[in-house]
Design a protein around this ligand. Structure first.
Ligand SMILES: O=c1ccn([C@H]2C[C@H](O)[C@@H](COP(=O)(O)O)O2)c(=O)[nH]1
Length: 191
């Protein structure tokens, strides 16, 4: 039974003021931050891969949120194609990545010592932004393109600069948030 609205018994009186217990099944911080990144990803208009990023301070404050999108005022003028005769006719040279947008949207001057929750392992360009901004930890949901040069270069950059990179593991065993919904079915990885 949900404890929402439950009444505190005699034992609870010793640790709670009043007779109504607070809800206890809230998200743990890491699950909350990754859920925010997943929610941000759902705003992306990229028809193939939606990415979300959430920058969090050492005091567990969210200081920047972003998702992959075309630059402002460019949504209609640029293609969403993955392939074309020329790379200039694909989305890749134009799309602004989730990590960059989270950094651009930051609410604080300095993100040194922050960590970033991302739904996709960062590419090399985003790795450079992460390193240059002083973010010290990357928590990613899915390493979708481990064999791409962009991912391999990002890993080299992170290894070289001592930036801790780890795969997100939900704290709540029951996993009340469908984190992988942003990637469609069967995308969960063990690495
Ligand atoms: O670090 C990254 C890497 C990629 N993205 C964005 C850029 C694109 O919109 C998609 C990748 O598209 P695919 O069709 O899967 O190649 O992800 C990002 O935001 N951050």
């Amino acid at each position: 039974m949900s404890r929402e609205g439950a009444r505190a018994g005699p034992a609870a009186h010793s640790s709670h003021v009043g007779t109504t217990l607070p809800r206890s099944d809230v998200l743990e911080w890491p699950d909350y931050f990754m859920a925010v990144a997943v929610l941000a990803a759902k705003q992306s208009r990229d028809p193939h891969t939606q990415v979300g990023a959430c920058i969090v301070s050492s005091e567990n404050r969210i200081v920047g949120i972003g998702y992959n999108k075309m630059p402002n005022d460019c949504t209609k003028a640029f293609p969403w194609d993955k392939e074309a005769a020329s790379r200039l006719d694909t989305k890749y040279p134009y799309i602004s990545h989730a990590e960059l947008n989270a950094f651009v949207n930051k609410t604080v001057v300095d993100v040194r010592g922050c960590r970033i929750y991302v739904t996709l392992f960062p590419c090399n360009e985003c790795a450079k932004i992460i390193i240059q901004s002083g973010i010290h930890e990357v928590i990613y949901l899915l390493d979708k393109y481990p064999d791409k040069d962009e991912t391999r270069a990002a890993k080299r950059l992170f290894e070289n600069t001592g930036i801790h990179c780890r795969k997100f593991k939900p704290k709540n065993e029951k996993d009340p948030v469908d984190f992988y919904s942003v990637f469609g079915a069967n995308q969960e990885q063990s690495n």
